[in-house]
Design a protein around this ligand. Structure first.
Ligand code: TXA
Ligand code: MG
Length: 321
């Protein structure tokens, strides 16, 4: 059920977390489906509700720095430089894990992914429950990520009894994941914090776009984030092959005119990248609900958050290539 984020309802959600139940809650990136990260039974309910493969580890959400030291080993000054600058916010770091975090959260890996979200409702939920909260995005595995409480209800409404409504997620794409190992710093997933901003703070980091679908590369699946409707890049198809009355277009900006198509959504009228990211899943959710056979998508420039947007669009269209 969708609940307004009143103090009473947040308290209900907190009680559910403490009891080992799972709840959906807003964050500034996308909505999460959370449970007590220290309770393996609670965490197993997350995998079950999402139908998520158990090899795919979860992000642990924290509300303060004490909790960082409870769950992970911080051995590199650059970690602190980065989190001091960008937390709370759309940044996840992967570090060696502590024993407080059970294997089910990390899918058996010796590392844990940690994030301090900025959203006030998320922070209250974590703080008041006194637990780190393991949470993937609150969608069925492989489908579009949710940026509103209604998106969560559409996919998981029958499986989750509490969905805290925090309105629309203002970043709109998932966090950027940065892995620290003894010899390198690597971007595992581009996201809501631009790679350029990370490099300005700690210098050059490795980033290789996804090329495999193997489970030992968590966070880097080739197909993901896919609408239910066939999704293809408009510049990779012959537009003449599509019936305009059964086709939708997701455009980056207003540079091209797609008026002849049945439905057109524009990520940002002026091509502003933060606005485009915030609209990405919202527009894809709305287009997949229309009765169309195909969604043709425009590529976006790969700068700033454009890298994260293209990562999601590539993964969506890979399913249908
Ligand atoms: O913005 C976000 O990050 C959202 C909100 C809810 O916080 N969460 C999110 O979770 O996107 P999820 O589960 O959809 O994506 C988490 C990604 C997965 O691709 C997973 O493989 C990767 O993080 N991951 C988690 N733990 C990892 C680890 N120890 N090593 C490498 N990758 C890890
Ligand atoms: Mg996800």
């Amino acid at each position: 059920m969708i609940l307004k984020p009143s103090n009473d309802n947040i308290k209900k959600a907190v009680d559910a977390i403490i009891k080992g139940e799972i709840v959906a809650f807003p964050t500034e990136t996308v909505y999460g489906l959370g449970g007590d990260a220290t309770n393996p039974i609670a965490v197993s309910k997350i995998f079950e509700a999402k139908d998520r493969p158990s090899f795919n580890p979860l992000i642990v959400h924290i509300a303060n720095f004490d909790q960082l030291y409870d769950v992970a080993v911080v051995y590199d000054d650059k970690v602190l430089e980065l989190v001091n600058k960008f937390w709370p916010g759309p940044l996840t770091i992967v570090l060696p894990k502590k024993d407080t975090i059970p294997d089910i959260v990390t899918a058996g890996h010796e590392t844990v992914a940690v994030r301090m979200p900025a959203n006030e409702i998320a922070r209250k939920l974590i703080e008041f429950s006194g637990k780190p909260i393991a949470a993937p995005s609150a969608n069925a595995f492989g489908f579009l990520s949710p940026t509103s409480a209604q998106h969560v209800e559409k996919q998981l409404g029958e499986k989750v009894s509490i969905i805290l409504d925090g309105g629309t997620s203002n970043v709109g794409v998932e966090s950027t994941i940065v892995e620290f190992t003894s010899d390198k710093i690597r971007i595992l997933r581009p996201g809501g914090l631009a790679i350029e901003s990370i490099e300005k703070t700690i210098g050059k980091v490795e980033f290789q776009p996804v090329t495999t679908n193997t489970p030992n590369a968590p966070g880097m699946l080739l197909h993901h984030y896919a609408p239910k409707v066939k999704t293809l890049f408009i510049d990779e198809v012959d537009e003449a092959n599509f019936d305009v009355s059964k086709t939708a277009v997701l455009a980056f900006d207003r540079s091209n005119n797609y008026e002849k198509y049945r439905f057109v959504k524009v990520l940002s009228e002026t091509g502003e990248m933060h606005e485009a990211a915030a609209n990405l899943f919202k527009h894809l959710h709305s287009l997949e609900n229309e009765n169309v056979e195909v969604i043709l998508i425009e590529k976006v420039p790969e700068v700033g958050l454009g890298i994260a947007i293209m990562d999601r669009l590539n993964k969506a269209s890979n399913k249908y290539r």
